[in-house]
Structures are given as C-alpha cells and as structure tokens.
Design a protein around this ligand. Structure first.
Ligand code: SAM
Length: 249
C-alpha cells in the first residue's frame, strides 16, 4: 500500500505495476473497492471530477476513494496506462492469491454454480463472462487452456468485478466437484431442466466448441433454444442465458 503522505504516487506505481492488477477507469476502481480488493495506488488527472462521480454513482465508496486518489498530470497518467480511459482514473490492486480462489471454488456445499470457459480465445468475452458471474453471484469462473483470465484486457472487460467472484485457470482434471452441465447446441433443451446450485456450467471455445477432454467430464449436455438455421450464439451471451435460467425460480 502506498503511504498516503507520499506526495509522489509514481514510485509506488512503478514498483507494483509488474505484479499488480490494473484497474482501468472509475467503474473498475469502484467495483474493486466495493468487493474489498486491496488497492495499492490510485491516480486521476482530476480528483474533483472523480469524487463528483463518486458522489453521484458510488457514495458508499467515496470516502475510500478520497483517501486513495492522487492527482497526476495528464501526461503522467497517459504514460501509466496502455489506453486512456474516459474517466481518467487508474489504480493498481493486489491479485487475490490462487490458494484463496481454489479454496472458494472447492468449498461445499455450493450455493451457486461455477462457470467454466473451456479454452476461450477472446479476452473481451472472458471479461464479459466474469461480469455476468459477479452479477449473478456465481461461485467463480474457471478457464481451461492458455488464456489468462487476469489479463489486463479481461480485467478491463470485467469492469473490476474479478474481485466479486473467484477467477482462476485450471486443467480439466482439476475442475471443482459437482455435476458438469456442458452447453452445446446438440444437447437436451435447457428449458426442461433445473440447474442445481452446485452445477459446474461449462462452455466451449468460440472457434471449436467443447474440447474432447471436457466432453469426457460432462454429465449432462444441454442446449439453448435456437432456430435450425442459426449455428450458435456468442459465448458470453450463452453464459448469460444459462445463468439466468439457473436463477429463475
Ligand atoms: C460460439 S459457440 C462455439 C461455436 C463453435 N463453432 C462450435 O462448433 O460449437 C461458443 C459456446 O457457446 C455455447 N453455445 C452457443 N450456442 C449454443 C446453443 N444454442 N446451445 C448451447 N450452447 C451454445 C457452447 O458452449 C459453445 O461451445
């Protein structure tokens, strides 16, 4: 954590940037603070504007943001972030330890499903899914394959909501316990099924669908209603429909 009396947040930023999670924009910082991320340093080009946003949109975290945010010149801010955000706010937070996420994913009995993205390719899709999982109170989001679910572009797409659920990369044979419901257009219609709270909801990759390995772990193959001429839905859209179905009374 930066010493709040330190007038120069840049040294802290440069020291932490390699290992910390970049929170890009006001909303990412707001969500991270709400879900108790350990924010180490936060900068903005306009403290007054950022705190006015907090007054308007997030009075619950205003005091924390007031203590955290240091004002820096525009040129400094631009040098710290890959792509300037319209709110001109950026922060660094500690990535939650893998062991803590694994504990959260393994805890039983589970009261909400785990979402598995099997070898996803698109960073934006992964971010959108983490945002959905946070919104529905899912236990976590697990990716298999090479995509890093904590990649800065995924975190940007997730609007800082990685801190509201457990996000980790695992091999298929390390998936949390629970019945695996894998989504595929060839499966049984989801409308006739009740998805249990301990379900592991698995989705295939954008390009090639479910891997053979994931299919080998599948207990139920499930489809979303779709007319015959359409090949498939977007990955994040499929997760949204499935979580909505799980949540419906
Ligand atoms: C873009 S789709 C994959 C398309 C891919 N070309 C294929 O062969 O399956 C990504 C994932 O979304 C889910 N999905 C998309 N449409 C679906 C549907 N109608 N029913 C069930 N799952 C679907 C599946 O998990 C799928 O693997």
């Amino acid at each position: 954590m930066r010493d709040p009396r330190d007038p120069e947040p840049l040294s802290a930023w440069h020291r932490l940037a390699d290992t910390a999670v970049l929170l890009d924009g006001f909303h990412a910082l707001k969500h991270a603070v709400r879900f108790r991320a350990e924010v180490q340093v936060a900068v903005t080009t306009d403290r007054r504007a950022a705190l006015a946003l907090a007054d308007e949109l997030a009075p619950d975290v205003r005091e924390t943001l007031d203590a955290l945010l240091a004002e820096v010149p525009e040129s400094t801010y631009r040098a710290l972030v890959p792509r300037p955000h319209p709110t001109a706010v950026a922060a660094l937070a500690v990535r939650p330890p893998r062991a803590a996420n694994l504990r959260a994913l393994a805890r039983t009995p589970r009261t909400a499903p785990v979402v598995v993205l099997d070898q996803p390719r698109n960073l934006g899709n992964a971010g959108a899914v983490i945002r959905l999982a946070a919104g529905f109170g899912a236990t976590g989001v697990v990716t298999t394959g090479t995509l890093d679910p904590w990649h800065p572009t995924v975190v940007r797409g997730g609007a800082g909501l990685h801190f509201a659920t457990a996000v980790e990369r695992l091999a298929v044979d390390e998936l949390p316990a629970g019945p695996v419901f894998a989504l595929d257009p060839e499966g049984e219609d989801i409308r006739g099924l009740k998805l249990p709270d301990d379900a592991v909801l698995a989705f295939g990759s954008e390009r090639s669908g479910l891997s053979a390995e994931l299919r080998g772990r599948t207990d139920h193959l499930v489809s979303l209603p779709m007319r015959s001429q359409v090949s498939s839905y977007n990955l994040a859209t499929s997760v949204a429909m499935t979580l909505f179905h799980w949540s419906a009374p």
